[in-house]
Design a protein around this ligand. Sequence first.
Ligand code: PLP
Length: 378
Amino acid sequence: MENLTLTSQDQKLAHLKEQLINYREKVLGYPISSDFNFSELYPFLEFSINNIGDPFEDCNYKVQTTNLEREVISFFAELFNADPNDYWGYITNGGSENNLCGLHIARKLYPNAIVYYADAAHYSVPKSIDILNMKSCVIATTFSGEMDYADLEDKLFANKDNPAVFSLNFGTTMTEAKDNVAQAKKIIEKCGVKETYIHIDGALSGSFGAFIEPRIPFDFSDGIDSICLSAHKFLGSPMPAGVFITKKSIRDKILRPMEVIDSYDSTVTGSRNGHTPLFLWYNMKKMGVEGLKQRYFDCLEVTNYCVAQLNKIGVECWVNTGGITVFFRETSVALKKKWQLATVEGITHILCMPNVTKQHIDAFIADLVLDKQLEFVN
Ligand SMILES: Cc1ncc(COP(=O)(O)O)c(C=O)c1O
C-alpha cells in the first residue's frame, strides 16, 4: 500500500476534485444530471444507513430511511398510474438491478417463460437473462430503435403456448426509443398468449414519461406488471440509484421471511444503500410533480435548440417522440473523447439533460464546425 503523507493525500484529493469538475462540464453523451445541491444532507453521512429488508415491512435494524423510501415509491407509483391499493417497490442501486429485479420476479411467476426484448435493449437485460438462466428471444428494431412489431408477432406466434415475459424499452440507451405497450398487448391478444408479464425499462424516460405529449402507453393503466427508472439520470443523485415498482399483489407471491432481520426478503440485494432514498426523497420534496414537469420542458427546449443548431450546420439528426436525446452520425474520435460521446454502430448522441445548457450546445457545435473543416482539409 502506498504510504501517503498528508500533503500528498491532500494533493491527490485536490487533483481528483479538479478532474471531476472539469470532466463534469463536458458530459454530453451520457444521461447524468449534475445540477443538484444536497449540502443540507451532508450531516447524514455520519450514519451507516442500511435499508436491509423489504421497505414496506417492519425490520429489527432501525438505522434506516425506509419511511422516506416508501414516500419516493408512492410518488412514482402515482405518476405511473398504479392502483393506490396495489403497488410496491424499492430503491435500487440503478438501472441494471432494476432489470434484474423485474426479470427475477417474472421468472418466479413463470419459470419456463421466454423473455422477448428488442436488440436495442440495455446490456443489463441479456445479462439478467443469463444470470437467471431464462429462455429468450431477441426482437429486431427499426432505425429509431423501437421494437419491430411484425418481428415480435412472428416470434411470439411461433411460441404462443409458452408463457411470455416482455422487457420493453421506454427510452433506449442510444436513441431513447420507446416501445408501445398498447401495440405489444394487441399482438399478445392476437397470438392468444395467456400467461404474460410486462416489464418496462424506463431508465431515462420513465422519470418524465407521464408528461410526454402525445402520450405513449407505458404504465400500469396500460397493463404493465413492473416499471423502473435510474434516479441518477434525469432526477440527479451523487451516487447511482434506481426506482423499481411493481404491484403489491405480485410482490406477495415472492416474499420470503428472513429471521435474522425479523423482516422479509424481497429485494435483489440484502444490505441496501439507505442514503439514496434520503437523497431522492429530498429531491422529490423540492421538485414536486410540477417541478419535475418543468425540468422536462426545459430539457425539451434545449433539445429543440440542439436540433436547430445541428441542422443549421448541415448535420442530419433525429429525436424520438418526447425525447431529449438528439442522435446523428458519429463524429471524430477527438470530439468523442472531449465531449464523452457514446457511439454505437455509427450513431452518436447528445443527451439534453437538465444541466446541459444552450451554451454547452454552442460550444459543441463550434467544435463540430472546426472538426468538419479539418476533415475537409485532410
Ligand atoms: C435503457 C437503460 N436501461 C438500463 C440501464 C442501466 O442503468 P445503470 O447504469 O444505472 O445500471 C441504462 C444505462 O444507461 C439504460 O440506458
